[in-house]
Design a protein. Structure first.
Length: 436
């Protein structure tokens, strides 16, 4: 066989890749995982759930029972839509968020990440537009990019996406003749912004989407992890035809099972199952049975309460530390989930500051990861889900040293330089000015 002579020294196949691979690049979050895994670094970067809080002996019991009692089924191919018993359990879980549906409406996926990929595969052609909050989940934007679509951000504030900004963005995209395929939203405890879409706005957004004929993808992995009061009911609780709802066991149980789900209107669901079968034939039956057994034999609501208490303590530890060490910064106040979105003082650049932070043994995710065009230098995402409260405090103490150091450097060398700021007020997260 002759190796093609085009390409690069590193990869002789480079010239042969499909155009869409241009969108496949390592995210900043991914690159950070390598650095942040060094034990001496306090990582406030990743979104890893604290799975050590799970009753591991219960999980072990479920694994053993499934293998003993249903081993040959567990190790076989299964339904592309997922096992009926798991889909039944999923209905119970969604009922907690006000969603009523039937077992046939649910498609089990390999994490909600796969559901996002399948939706993108079904809807996105090159040059299509996906509307998303500003900022948005880096992993979803990577998928949309890999299907050669463009993410167009819509401004949000402490109550989530701003309805009027959505109306204006739709109008400006359509005026340019662009095809809007769907609106991607994370209404609860947003990743990365930490904020929650208010109930009034949920209704307004649904109304706008109905009027404009735009499908909503409601991505809700964090909804049950609330702290002080439950999140408003899911948008899917009041709109069935215009929403694809995505759920996941990754944050409420464990990401290692790789089980998520989609709840979709009939036509989309049929296509989702076909696309899922073509991608993976069926989700892991073993994992589906283990999760079903665990849910049937464990007080899973109590276990979610344990997670909620744990993450609430960590959120409190982070807010206390920010108030103590960095009182002049602005940050969002999450009422659940894993993340706080921080706005740096004027002139500071979260991406440029990261090497210094890592040198000082603290890691965070620069805001640039969460915008399609790399803006967001004035922001960073802090995660409080994984480190202990003491580590969080130490991490913020180190971060404060880094911020002070950068401020000193800035005032010494370039008093007038300031990276482009986004936002018209400290709490408003506006879209990058150069997008549609
Ligand atoms: C908003 C959002 N959607 C989807 C995912 C993917 O989750 P899963 O593990 O279910 O694939 C994540 C993971 O962090 C997320 O934050």
């Amino acid at each position: 066989m002759t190796i093609p002579r085009e390409g690069t020294n590193l990869d002789p196949w480079y010239e042969l890749y499909a155009d869409r691979t241009a969108g496949l690049s390592a995210s900043e979050v991914r690159a950070l995982f390598a650095v942040a895994s060094r034990p001496e670094v306090v990582s406030l970067a990743g979104g890893m759930p604290f799975v050590s809080a799970l009753p591991l002996e219960r999980v072990t019991t479920s694994m053993e029972r499934v293998m003993r009692e249903q081993g040959s089924r567990a190790l076989q191919y299964g339904s592309g839509q997922g096992t009926p018993e798991l889909r039944e359990h999923i209905l119970e879980i969604m009922a907690l968020e006000g969603v009523r549906a039937g077992v046939d409406d649910v498609v089990v996926t390999t994490g909600s990440q796969q559901a996002l990929d399948l939706i993108a595969k079904l809807f996105l052609d090159s040059g299509d537009v996906v509307l998303a909050e500003s900022p948005s989940y880096v992993g979803a934007m990577g998928i949309f990019r890999s299907y050669q679509a463009e993410v167009s951000h819509v401004a949000m504030d402490d109550d989530g996406i701003i309805p009027q900004a959505l109306v204006e963005r739709i109008a400006s995209m359509r005026a340019q003749g662009r095809a809007i395929k769907f609106l991607y939203l994370i209404p609860n405890f947003h990743n990365p912004a930490g904020v929650t879409l208010s109930w009034e706005r949920r209704l307004e957004i649904i109304e706008i989407a109905r009027r404009e004929g735009i499908l909503i993808v409601e991505d809700n992995p964090y909804g049950l992890l609330w702290f002080d009061r439950p999140a408003p009911h899911a948008m899917r609780s009041v709109e069935t035809e215009g929403i694809v709802y995505l759920g996941s066991f990754s944050k409420t149980l464990a990401p290692g099972f790789r089980i998520g789900w989609a709840l979709a209107p009939h036509g989309i669901r049929e296509k989702l199952v076909l696309a899922a079968e073509s991608a993976i034939l069926s989700p892991s039956v073993a994992n589906e049975l283990i999760v079903s057994d665990y849910l049937a034999s464990t007080d899973w609501k109590g276990q979610i309460d344990t997670y909620r208490g744990l993450y609430r303590d960590r959120r409190d530890a982070m807010i206390d530390a920010l108030e103590h060490y960095l009182p002049d910064l602005h940050w969002t106040m999450p009422n659940g989930g894993f993340y706080i979105w921080v706005t740096l003082p004027d002139g500071l650049d979260s991406k440029g500051m990261l090497p210094r932070a890592v040198k000082e043994l603290v890691a965070y995710t620069p805001g640039t990861a969460f915008f399609a065009d790399g803006s967001g230098r004035a922001n960073l995402r802090l995660s409080y889900c994984y480190p202990s409260p003491a580590e969080i405090r130490e991490g913020i103490r180190r971060l404060a040293g880094v911020v002070r150091g950068e401020q000193e450097l800035l005032s010494t060398f370039s008093p007038s330089t300031s990276p482009e700021r986004v936002g018209t007020a400290p709490h408003v997260i506006s879209p990058p000015p150069n997008i549609g």
